[in-house]
Write a protein that binds this ligand. Structure first.
Ligand SMILES: [Mg+2]
Length: 419
């Protein structure tokens, strides 16, 4: 196999044998430019002197002069836009801490990679569809202000990308999650981490959430070509939970679009619920009465509170990707994932595992009896226009053919209606 996008790789490790193994790996996969550094300082010089951007850095943690953790900070300061894989002989806990740190620095990171390096593991990480590389490559240094976002909202530039969610038992498409993107005229499509925190700080989350709901309803006919009752998940910002009129507003929008409430899954992040405020309780109770499905998102992170699970009428629990992804290598993540899944199931909730990236993640989640799966292993978030071709090009097993036939039938019907 080849990693076509990989034009240059930098290997950083004080162990010459580890370097040679890695060099052999990239050489075999046809990477044209491979450099090696024996510590962070040498690596920095290579990064600084390189005429072309480095696509991938394989980084050891424990090294003399400048260790991997210090090197990550330097890459953050340089706004390094390539991808970093952390390969270490340290414990899984240390590697996952380093990965968290890299993400906090805004770096693209894949892993975990335990020493000795296994070619198959690295291959799987690279082939996870469209891994980090094609998202918002040009927007890293973009720092929008509240008034930029106001203008974007006024021009309806907040759009929805959809990530497929797969049924674990049949591999059928179970639904899609709508994820906010900013379609910027100069910067391209901007990732949510660059503007959602801003919207939260500046009081624009209500407007943004309402615009996302309208966008999804606008796209609903295209979504229906995948399946007429496809479940659609929408993330609710904290601001709408504070607004006791919100249930009536969303119900009106859904009715105007000729849809029923019960096909929508409203995702709420647990951190939004820590306040014992009355308004969110009222809003959630009414949304539930109206037939919307409530889902507790990113479970296990932020301020985990088991009371929320029993106090609010959640039908679905989404286990955060950090536990899913590291469950193969980190016994503590594995235990957390297992316990969250079991708890949710005992409370009668559907369990969704987020961040499925490899076959190993997939198998582990299936073994745990998780109901639905989401992650790059199946598909990245994509514009609505790409969803049908994605569904059509999935492997042709029986359940997938059903979806294909539906798409084809609809396409046929549309063609004849249109002419
Ligand atoms: Mg979500």
């Amino acid at each position: 196999m080849t990693n076509e996008w990989l034009n240059s790789a930098l290997i950083i490790d004080d162990d010459p044998i580890a370097c040679e193994l890695a060099r052999f790996y990239f050489h075999q996969r046809g990477t044209p430019r491979i450099s090696v550094a024996y510590n962070g300082k040498q690596a920095l010089e290579i990064v600084e002197q390189s005429d072309n951007p480095i696509d991938f850095i394989l980084l050891d943690l424990k090294m003399p002069e400048m260790d991997g953790i210090q090197f990550l900070r330097r890459m953050h300061l340089r706004s390094f836009s390539g991808t970093i894989g952390i390969l270490s002989g340290e414990s899984a806990g240390v590697i996952s801490l380093a990965m968290d740190l890299a993400r906090k620095h805004g770096l693209n990171v894949i892993g975990p990679l335990a020493k000795p390096m296994k070619a198959g593991v690295l291959d799987a990480l690279f082939t996870a569809p469209q891994k980090v590389i094609h998202t918002t490559a040009n927007s890293k240094s973009f720092k929008p202000t509240a008034s930029d976002l106001d203008a974007a909202l006024a021009q309806h530039r907040i759009i929805a990308y959809y990530q497929p969610i797969i049924r674990a038992d049949t591999d059928e498409l179970a639904g899609v999650e709508a994820l906010a993107r900013w379609d910027h005229p100069f910067q391209g499509v901007i990732a949510p981490y660059l503007f959602i925190p801003l919207a939260e700080r500046s009081g624009q989350m209500r407007e943004l959430t309402l615009q996302m709901i309208s966008t999804v309803l606008h796209d609903i006919d295209l979504l229906n070509t995948l399946h007429p009752e496809l479940a659609v998940s929408i993330n609710l910002g904290a601001a709408v939970l504070e607004d006791t009129c919100f249930p009536d507003i969303i119900a009106k929008l859904v009715a105007e679009a000729g849809q029923t409430n019960d096909r929508f899954i409203l995702e709420i992040t647990e951190s939004k619920l820590i306040d014992d405020a009355i308004a969110p309780m009222e809003v959630m109770a009414r949304l539930n009465l109206m037939g919307f499905n409530l889902s507790l998102d990113d479970f296990g992170t932020q301020y985990s509170n088991f009371e929320q699970l029993t106090r609010f009428p959640f039908k679905e629990l989404k286990i955060d990707k950090r536990f899913v992804q590291s469950s193969n290598t980190d016994v503590r993540s594995k235990a957390t994932f297992e316990t969250c899944a079991q708890l949710g199931k005992r409370l009668g909730m559907r369990i969704v595992a987020e961040g499925i990236e490899t076959d190993q993640d997939w198998q582990f989640a299936k073994d745990l009896g998780v109901d639905k799966l989401q992650g790059y292993r199946f598909a990245r978030p994509m514009p609505v226009s790409e969803l049908t071709s994605w569904a059509a090009t999935r492997n042709l097993d029986p359940v997938r053919i059903e979806v294909q036939e539906l798409v084809a039938a609809n396409h046929f019907a549309n063609q004849h209606q249109g002419s």
